[in-house]
Design a protein around this ligand. Structure first.
Ligand code: FDA
Length: 586
């Protein structure tokens, strides 16, 4: 007999585990989260926080969202992505990134009620974790997952209390492995990981130093440094990354994966920092240093029966494009409501199969993109003659050659501009962040064709209410108070939502009856003049892609799961058909 019982046991309190715990607790599901360490992330690994992740935080509550902004560096401080010889040395070029180019900024503003920002993991984790604990998660630190056994009714997990050494068991209905890139849960459950681990070697050097004089006039999170060895291992080029403007920094520098990992002591850390900053006298206050490897692998199956993996446990890739923590939190948004629906008896367990169907393609996509972004530094090196092991003097003469008044130099300048601009696929890839469209049994398209992407799907988000896509954001207005609300604000919070307009009133009655049958919370929002929500700008009419009397059914994770072009002859029958399909009750 297990000593502790809970509905969902979560292994790990990183971004994936803490977000899952926070969402489950918000949905009223009993859960327990364990972490083998005494506290949360001690180094600020993840930082770029995209709009889709901020929408998850906003769904958790505007207080949660506000706390994130309070600790984050604002989007305006993120944008001058600089390529240079060193921070003190010559600048080779730069590109506006992370939604800071005016055209890209417009797309960001039109796409979401939230803003991209730079929130180090050391701030993100405590926000998610404390939200979880405040709302009911039972958390145990210094507690290590050892193994588990699942049967028809649940999972029995053995853990070790690392303070006493005592082992104990937890009985749960479901187990979530959010235990990072060396996931023991994935290994014990035989969830295969496809691809390659350890394709590159990298070191992180975290330190304090006031570097304002090199950076404040060109604010950015990332300063890329081209020096001998900058193309070996690592994440494509030497990197000086802002952690806190402008006095806390993280250097990422590569090493040859075919050699043993270097021991990064204080002397080496100081030497690398001086070299990349370009100041031989620089004094740093070293906080920590460690090595890590670049991976290129993902799990084609993210669950097996009652056991799920998410976050780095399922997708293992370099930090390029800043997708790791973001995708981890988005995995949790996908799974949490499904677990709640099954545990509450609304859905059959088959609903949980849609987790792999929907998230494994995303895992594959982001692992591929992040690794491709590393190789896309290649053309920049080539334009500067920095391929192979060239020395500092050769690099300097190649950098100097671009200043000549010759046709060759002009060609070189054009090539540099083009190679840097191409890096938008890493530093301004809004489509990669926002275009996730799901295809699974938890979405009913009724044969409607997926709209083709009109622009580059990696660079540009394309809104649509086609079932499977995230509900488009537009601002609507509360008829009574005039308050401005995002269409996303009308949805989520663990509930299904039906959006309709004038002439769609019959959906309301139908939704009430069907919700009662399914024991489900199904909120109806009527948008139109003199209705609860006004579409003064006409933006919703343009975005909805259905007639006013039609409807859009939205899942708790903001994804559209069905839409009706216009009022149906039997609205109740239609809703019953669709929800039965999604909940596996037909
Ligand atoms: P994570 O590894 O964070 O957490 C795992 C948890 O499981 C921890 O709490 C750990 O203690 C626990 N655990 C493990 N084994 C256990 C066991 N046996 N028993 C109990 N507990 C156990 N991402 C991003 O979105 N934007 C960005 O800008 C960056 N930048 C970035 C820079 C650098 C230099 C790096 C190295 C990484 C990034 N990332 C990133 C990636 C990001 O850090 C990473 O994807 C997330 O931390 C993954 O979150 P998880 O919760 O999945 O795992």
């Amino acid at each position: 007999m297990a000593e502790i019982e809970t509905d969902v046991l979560i292994i790990g309190t990183g971004p994936a585990g803490s977000a899952t715990a926070a969402l489950l607790s918000s949905y009223g599901i009993a859960n327990m989260a364990i972490n083998r360490y005494g506290w949360l992330a001690s180094t600020p690994r993840a930082h770029i926080t995209n709009q889709r992740t901020m929408e998850v935080l906003r769904d958790l509550g505007q207080d949660v969202e506000a706390e994130a902004y309070m600790h984050a560096a604002h989007q305006d401080l993120m944008g001058e992505n600089v390529f240079c010889e060193s921070l003190a040395g010559e600048e080779i070029g730069r590109m506006k990134s992370w939604g800071n180019h005016p055209l890209s900024k417009a797309e960001h503003l039109l796409s979401s009620p939230t803003m991209m920002n730079d929130l180090p993991q050391t701030f993100m984790e405590p926000i998610l974790f404390s939200t979880a604990c405040k709302r009911g998660t039972q958390a145990r630190m210094s507690t290590e997952y050892l193994n588990h056994v699942q049967d028809a009714e649940g999972v029995t997990t053995t853990c070790r209390d690392r303070l006493s050494g005592r082992e104990f068991t937890v009985r749960s209905k479901y187990l979530v492995g959010a235990d990072g890139g060396n996931s023991l849960v994935a290994q014990n459950e035989n969830l295969a990981i496809e691809g390659k681990m350890g394709v590159g070697g990298s070191m992180n050097i975290l330190f304090r130093a006031d570097l304002s004089k090199y950076v404040a006039h060109r604010p950015s999170v990332l300063y890329w440094v081209m020096q001998p060895g900058a193309d070996v291992g690592g994440i494509g080029m030497g990197l000086v990354r802002m952690v806190r403007p402008w006095n806390e920094w993280l250097i990422v520098w590569g090493y040859d994966i075919n050699e043993p990992a270097p021991v990064v002591d204080e002397a080496m850390a100081t030497q690398v920092a001086r070299q990349l900053v370009g100041d031989p006298e620089l004094e740093i206050d070293l906080i920590s240093a460690n090595t890590w490897t670049v991976n290129n692998a993902y799990a084609p199956r993210m669950h097996n029966g009652r056991v799920f993996i998410m976050g780095d446990a399922a997708h293992r890739h370099p930090p390029s494009n800043g997708l790791g923590s973001n995708t981890s939190i988005q995995d949790s948004f996908n799974l949490a409501w499904k677990l709640a629906a099954v545990l509450n008896g609304q859905a059959a367990p088959v609903l949980l199969d849609s987790y792999t169907a929907e998230r494994a393609p995303v895992a594959k996509q982001i692992v591929t993109r992040a690794n491709q972004s590393i190789s896309e530094f290649g053309p920049i090196f080539e334009t500067l003659g920095m391929t192979g092991s060239v020395g500092l003097e050769e690099i300097r003469s190649s950098v100097a050659a671009r200043c000549d008044s010759t046709p060759e130099a002009e060609k070189q300048r054009a090539a540099i501009r083009e190679a840097i601009a191409f890096k938008k696929y890493e530093f301004d890839a809004h489509g990669v962040e926002m275009n996730q469209r799901y295809k699974s049994d938890a979405v009913v398209t009724d044969g409607q064709m997926e709209p083709a992407f009109e622009l580059d799907a990696e660079l540009h988000y394309q809104p649509t209410t086609w079932p499977g896509a995230r509900l488009p954001h537009v601002w609507v207005f509360d008829h009574g108070t005039g308050e401005k609300l995002s269409t996303l604000d009308l949805c989520g919070k663990g509930a299904f939502t039906l959006l309709t307009g004038i002439g769609g009133e019959a959906w309301e009655e139908a939704a009430e009856d069907v919700a009662a049958e399914f024991g489900l919370q199904l909120t109806v929002r009527l948008i139109g003049p003199r209705r609860k929500y006004a579409d003064h700008t006409g933006d919703w009419a343009r975005a909805s892609e259905v007639a006013d009397s039609g409807c859009i059914l939205v899942r708790p994770d903001h994804h559209v799961c069905w839409r009706a072009e216009e009022m149906a002859s039997d609205p109740k029958g239609e809703l019953r058909r669709v929800l039965s399909r999604i909940f596996g009750r037909s």
